[in-house]
Each structure stands twice: as structure tokens, then as C-alpha cells.
Design a protein around this ligand. Structure first.
Ligand code: DC
Length: 232
């Protein structure tokens, strides 16, 4: 059975990662959360004091890129790879609102994108991969056999993110989450290098009114049809 490449792009907090993880598990494909890579670089920049509310030492970050080693190590209990920054598991730390507040600035830097895209393409070189992000169907794997573009209203996305963070015990307000979602939408879709846009051959799914199960059933059905047509 020939394996394919599946690209899942879309706005933040649309549940892309949950969906991509489930799909990869079901198909026995590799799952890659490309956003985690941008978040880990952001965490590195924060640790090195290269980025804060009032400053961003972009050139210093570019010079330090060779010192940043990112790896996904498979966690059999979770069923997917967790991200390691220079050999430290940062899977949980990168999800904080502070990282979310800086990540779009880091993701605008072309040199950062070049490094991460190269690594993403290497991971997916043998197909059998489900990767989620913003530019997977347009830049990382423009030839992917199957592309999804996921959207949902900003209000619903902020509510989902708020529930997720407060469940973890983070002290955040709905207003700051909503602002972060809107700000990231704006920066991610207007940046010069690889803006978030729907690939012309992507299937768009608005999940504002879909449950996780309904959404998964929908994409799984489309995926099986695609795999079948490629193997026939
Ligand atoms: O999917 P996420 O919210 O964890 O992604 C974090 C940020 O990383 C997002 O605001 C934009 C950036 N990103 C990107 O520019 N390109 C990708 N392929 C994935 C994420």
C-alpha cells in the first residue's frame, strides 16, 4: 500500500493538532506538529533573553540558529513524538500563553523558517506523514497528495484555547486569549514569508459547528478515499 503525505493547515486553535494526531495514529503514519518547532525556537529566544515585550534581537537569534537542535522523540504512552529543544523535553512549556504571545514574531523570520522547513521536509521525505501548520500545503509539501485547510470563528477558537489552558491550571483571561488569537491570525496571514493562505488544491473545513468526532469522521472518510484512489 502506497503511503501519502497529508498537510493540515489553518488558523490557530482550530483543533488541527488533535485531528492530525488522531489521523496519523489511525493510519499508522508519523505525526509532526510543525507549530511546536516554531514554539521551541521561541522558547530558546526567551531563555537567551533575545525576545521580550519591548525588544527582539533578531540578528542574534539568526546567528544562534546553529545552536538550536530540535528533535521529536516518540512517546509510546501518548502515541506521538514530543518535542525536545537541545535534548530537553519542552512539549508542555511551549504551550504557555507567553510563548504564544511571541511565536508569530519568531515565525516571521525567514532564516528561522528556512531551517525548520528543511527539517520538516527531511522528516517527511519517505511519505506516510501527517503534518499540521500554516504553510505545509503551500511551502513544505506543495506536492502533498492530500491537503486540508481548517477554519473556525475567532470566538470559538479563543473559547477552546481558554478551556484548554484553564483546565491545565493556567491563570488567563478570555479577553487576553481572544486578543492573542486575533493578533496571531493577523500576523500569520499578512507576513511576507510563507503567509497562512489556503493552497488552491486544499479541502476547506469550517469546524465552528462540528464536534471533534464529526470533524474526524469527515476527514478520515476523505483520506481513505484518497489512499484508495492512489493505490488503485
Ligand atoms: O499551530 P501553533 O498555534 O502551535 O503554531 C504556533 C505559531 O507558529 C503560529 O502562530 C504560527 C507559527 N507557525 C508557522 O508560522 N508555520 C507553521 N508551519 C506552523 C506554525
Amino acid at each position: 500500500m502506497k503511503k501519502i503525505t497529508i498537510a493540515i493547515d489553518g488558523f490557530s486553535s482550530t483543533g488541527k493538532s488533535t485531528m492530525a494526531k488522531q489521523l496519523a495514529e489511525k493510519l499508522e503514519y508519523i505525526y509532526v506538529d510543525s507549530g511546536a518547532m516554531y514554539r521551541a525556537v521561541t522558547l530558546y529566544a526567551m531563555q537567551q533573553k533575545l525576545i521580550s515585550k519591548n525588544k527582539f534581537e533578531k540578528q542574534k537569534l539568526i546567528s544562534a540558529l546553529d545552536k538550536i537542535n530540535l528533535e521529536f522523540k516518540f512517546n509510546s504512552r501518548l502515541g506521538y513524538g514530543e518535542i525536545y529543544l537541545n535534548n530537553v523535553n519542552v512539549e508542555s512549556e511551549i504551550r504557555s500563553l507567553v510563548v504564544s504571545n511571541f511565536v508569530s514574531k519568531i515565525a516571521e523570520v525567514s532564516e528561522v523558517r528556512k531551517k525548520l522547513v528543511k527539517q520538516q521536509q527531511l522528516i517527511g521525505a519517505n511519505k506516510g506523514v501527517v503534518m499540521d501548520g500554516r504553510d505545509i500545503g503551500t511551502v513544505v509539501f506543495p506536492d502533498a497528495e492530500l491537503k486540508f485547510f481548517i477554519t473556525a470563528s475567532a470566538n470559538i477558537r479563543a473559547k477552546r484555547r481558554f478551556d484548554e489552558l484553564t483546565k491545565k491550571g493556567d491563570k488567563v483571561s478570555f479577553e487576553e486569549i481572544f486578543k492573542n488569537v486575533k493578533d496571531r491570525d493577523y500576523i500569520d496571514s499578512t507576513r511576507e514569508d510563507s503567509p497562512l493562505i489556503k493552497a488552491s488544491d486544499a479541502i476547506e473545513i469550517d469546524n465552528s459547528n462540528l464536534s471533534l468526532e464529526e470533524q474526524f469522521d469527515k476527514i478520515y472518510k476523505i483520506t481513505l478515499e484518497k489512499i484508495k484512489s492512489i493505490n488503485s
